[in-house]
Design a binder for this molecule. Structure first.
Ligand SMILES: Cc1cc2nc3c(=O)[nH]c(=O)nc-3n(C[C@H](O)[C@H](O)[C@H](O)COP(=O)(O)OP(=O)(O)OC[C@H]3O[C@@H](n4cnc5c(N)ncnc54)[C@H](O)[C@@H]3O)c2cc1C
Length: 284
């Protein structure tokens, strides 16, 4: 449980962090909340030569909300997301999700950016940012780019981030009037992570589905968007039959993970049940 020796430096700015990453992409790791990285170092699953602490970078902190959009700095902690009344007045799903992440100690240190960049297949925020149609602001040596959250997660612990890139912020559009969001999670009894987590956004107009989004975590190698179900439900009423069919489509969207706690069949069945429950609850 003792990490290998490493150097430590506090980045003075985002540009400084990127420069340090660029000099030795293989041997350098960013540290934000440290609540995933430090255990990884202690178990020697990673042995970087240099840790670059990004917590002091002011541009990557805080939540700003205007008439049209919301920007969440990547260094915003789970506890800050839980506590922000202004954010939760617009998107109560942040409080709903943050309260289900670990315990107050982890929530006080862990960051939304660290969670998204780490892409643990069982992490909670990936499903939520997909369902909110978030855009992720990535900054690297050649400038910045924005990637839709649903295209960000590529494989287990793998994202579209290039070696010298940093996830700087999460951008959201304010929801259309009447849009509602929900996150449902089946917690692993030992770790508290998601065995399956389903985030759903829905807006009805004249009794028909006008906007819909589904993000799923825990089930597969990486979080994914339930696009087939969304396409199927658009412009349809939310009947018992259409909800059943949509939930089935989400559960069949990808190959599920299998481990000692939950088989692939069980995970697929949880995806189906939780999607159905989320839709029924939003439809009510
Ligand atoms: C006991 C315990 C229980 C937990 N339970 C849950 C849970 O129920 N649900 C859940 O979702 N999570 C859970 N977590 C994980 C927790 O939320 C972590 O804090 C989070 O996943 C990582 O965030 P961090 O800021 O600590 O990142 P760090 O540990 O600092 O970094 C994680 C990785 O991401 C990289 N990184 C960090 N920030 C950035 C950035 N801005 N740009 C690019 N790369 C970056 C780092 O280099 C590192 O590789 C738990 C953790 C613990 C210790």
């Amino acid at each position: 449980m003792i990490p290998s020796a490493f150097g430590y430096v506090r980045a003075s700015s985002l540009a400084n962090a990127i420069d340090l990453l660029r000099q030795d992409p293989e041997g350098t790791r960013l540290v934000a909340g440290g609540h995933t990285l430090i255990p990884t170092l202690k178990l020697r699953l990673a042995s970087p030569a240099l840790l670059v602490d990004i917590r002091g970078i002011a541009d990557m902190r805080g939540i700003s909300i205007d008439d049209k959009a919301i920007r969440i700095g990547a260094l915003t902690t789970h506890a800050e997301l839980l506590a922000s009344q202004q954010l939760n007045d617009v998107f109560p799903i942040f409080r709903q999700t943050a309260t289900r992440i670990a315990d107050p100690q982890v929530r006080n240190r862990g960051t939304i950016g660290g969670s998204i960049a780490n892409a643990d297949p069982a992490a909670d925020w990936p499903a939520v940012v997909i369902a909110l149609n978030a855009e992720l602001e990535i900054v690297g040596p050649t400038g910045s780019r924005r990637v839709p959250a649903k295209d960000f997660f590529v494989d287990i612990f793998t994202t579209v981030l290039e070696p010298a890139e940093v996830l700087a912020a999460i951008h959201l559009r304010r929801p259309t009037l009447g849009a509602r969001f929900i996150y449902r999670k089946i917690r692993h009894p030992a770790s508290g992570y998601a065995v399956v987590g389903v985030a759903v956004g829905l807006r009805m107009e004249d009794g028909l589905v006008a906007e819909m989004s589904i993000g799923v975590t825990g089930a597969a190698s990486h979080a994914f968007s339930g696009d087939a179900a969304t396409r199927f439900l658009m412009a349809k009423p939310l009947s018992h039959e259409s909800i059943e069919e949509a939930a089935k489509l989400v559960s069949e969207a990808t190959e599920c993970l299998s481990d000692r706690y939950a088989s692939a069949e069980y995970r697929a069945s949880l995806v189906r049940t939780e999607t159905k429950r989320a839709l029924l609850s939003l439809a009510a």
